[in-house]
Ligand binder design. Structure first.
Ligand code: G4P
Length: 541
């Protein structure tokens, strides 16, 4: 049994938690940075083998790969380690072929985000999409410009691009000294000191840091910057002149992003980033329950389901609901309420998924993520809470980018097909749309990427014994009308398809954003949103 905890202890445990997701485009270095954070957090003693061994990186999730190759305790959904008094939880945001709605849903469980940018490539499409969700949630976003050991773009150019494309003010917390093979350190604008790096055995071990306190113009600082002194001083003066100062309130609301420079490959800059990030990033913040912010430390256990994953491990044909704890302390075996169904539920089979072992955990605190075995009772967005008055706002729907029509003609097991689709749609594997009067004969499935349709087919076959036949549809995006909408206006439209989503909301499917621009130009009263209920993004802070 877990030990008793005093209210003060529980508060302290919650306050020291930092739960974040890394948002990036494939190949920006998320796996590498994650591994280096683990290295500095003491979760691995040596890093570097993962990249070299990653033979078929597109076939599996990066983290499963990491787990397999390092033999360390990595959950498929959350990694955690201790660092300088903080408990750090990194939530996996699958990319590559795994990119799906789950990637977005995970962002709903994070308290902040680290945006990883490849110094040579700048802002890339997947980063932009994930960043947009963070902006809607108004969570703090910290930028790490990676691959400084290669010649990339000018730091000022990257700043401008982020400001322009993502609409955030960028304030460098540090500034690089040298670039490419000459990248040797950073000037820490907040602590007013130079940090230079050496050693690290090409990134397998922690690097040595030499710290020189002082202003950039100080002789000793300039001397340590060597041939880069003039450039660095000029860059820093420009920033100072432009009044680029960090404002904690603007950072907290995500409208200003602190920017850091480094190289995940060589470890240069990883440690200063982690330290500063953990100082500045928020602990668990209040979440909205029916308009009221639920204080993580003042209320007993409450949590919401943000992801449901089935058959993660071929040896266990089961389903796991990932739950983000929002307040209080979670204890194994304790009874709580499943708020949607109004039924009591005992969290006996709760587990923190620690690698394949699925270690049972005794306790967890607000900020943590736990996996619960799901006998089919959970839906995405469900609230679990000791107190019945808590009902978290739920997880928004994100507009799919691929659409397929379900072919029902000639399907033998029509009932099984309908049941299977209904269950998998509840789990959030894909989204279901239909023509207003068409019934199941007009079912349209929507997903972020084609892989989800493969998952759907596979699961319908193995779990329901049905062969799912799908045919391509040309649509690439959906919008949900919020005002000024009349379905009759689109009766003869060739470009826009009017459908209803699973909850009966009107939705419009189109092939390109341009189609929506055109109808908005023609109909001034029409308002479209990229999710049925934009208020679900609202946070309490
Ligand atoms: P991802 O998870 O975001 O997809 O990126 P990942 O860490 O897999 O890194 C993608 C590629 O970028 C890898 O190279 C990796 O070594 C490299 N990389 C990551 N961080 C840095 C960095 O700071 N500097 C440099 N120069 N490269 C970096 P690869 O050649 O595709 O794979 P590998 O042969 O190194 O395994």
């Amino acid at each position: 049994m877990s030990t008793e905890r005093s209210p003060d202890e529980i508060k302290r445990e919650i306050a020291r938690r930092r739960t974040f997701a890394i948002i990036s485009h494939p190949d920006a270095g998320k796996t590498t940075l994650t591994e280096k954070l683990l290295l500095y957090g003491g979760a691995v003693r040596e890093a570097g083998a993962v990249r070299a061994q990653k033979a078929d990186r597109h076939a599996t999730s990066d983290w499963l790969e990491l787990e397999k190759q390092r033999g360390i305790s990595v959950s498929s959904s959350v990694l955690h380690f201790e660092f300088e008094g903080h408990r750090v939880n990194i939530l996996d945001t699958p990319g590559h072929r795994d990119f799906s709605e789950d990637t977005y849903r995970t962002l709903m469980a994070a308290d902040s985000a680290v945006m990883l940018i490849d110094a040579a490539r700048g802002v890339e499409p997947q980063t932009r999409k994930l960043c947009e969700v963070c902006r809607l949630r108004k969570i703090p976003i910290f930028t790490f410009v990676n691959k400084m050991d290669r010649h990339g773009r000018d730091p000022l150019e990257i700043m401008d691009e982020i400001e322009e494309v993502l609409g955030m003010d960028v304030v460098p917390a540090n500034w690089p000294v040298g670039a490419g093979s000459d990248f040797r350190g950073i000037y820490d604008r907040l602590e007013r000191r130079l940090v230079t790096f050496s050693g690290g055995d090409h990134g397998t071990h922690r690097v040595d840091e030499q710290i020189i306190e002082g202003e950039p113009g100080d002789e000793v600082v300039r001397a340590a910057m060597g041939p880069f002194a003039d450039d660095v001083c000029e860059g820093l003066e420009l920033l100072e002149g432009a009044g680029a100062e960090l404002d904690p309130e603007l950072v907290a609301s995500g409208s200003q992003t602190p920017m850091f420079f480094g190289s995940a490959l060589t470890n240069f800059g990883v440690h200063p980033f982690l330290q500063r990030y953990l100082e500045m990033a928020p602990g668990p913040v209040p979440r909205l329950s029916e308009g009221e912010g639920i204080d993580p430390t003042e209320r007993p256990f409450s949590a919401f389901v943000f992801k449901i994953q089935a058959n993660m491990d071929p040896d266990h044909r089961d389903r796991v609901a990932f739950v983000r704890i929002c307040s209080g302390r979670f204890q194994k075996g304790v009874q709580t309420q499943h708020v949607r169904t109004g039924k009591p539920i005992r969290l006996a089979n709760s587990t923190l998924l620690m690698g394949k072992d699925r270690a049972e955990i005794e306790e967890a605190f607000a900020g943590d993520v736990v996996g619960l075995f799901d006998p089919g009772v959970f839906r995405i967005g469900d609230t679990l809470a000791d107190e019945k008055d808590i009902l978290y706002a739920g997880i928004p729907i994100f507009a799919p980018e691929s659409y397929m029509r379900v072919e029902v003609a000639g399907v033998e097991k029509r009932k099984s097909l309908e049941k299977g689709i209904e269950q998998l749609v509840h789990e959030g594997v894909v989204q279901l749309f239909s023509d207003p009067e068409g019934g199941s004969a007009s079912w349209i499935l929507g997903a972020m990427g084609p892989l989800q349709f493969d998952v759907m087919k596979h699961r319908l076959k193995t779990e329901y014994g049905v062969d799912l036949k799908l045919s391509n549809l040309p649509y690439t995006l959906a919008r949900w009308p919020q005002a000024g909408f009349d379905p009759e206006d689109f009766r003869y439209s060739e470009r826009i398809r009017v459908v209803k989503d699973r909850d009966g909301n009107w939705a419009l499917l189109a092939q390109s954003p341009w189609d929506f621009d055109r109808i908005l130009e023609r109909n001034e009263a029409l308002e479209l949103a990229d999710t049925p209920d934009p208020s679900l993004f609202e946070s309490a802070s």
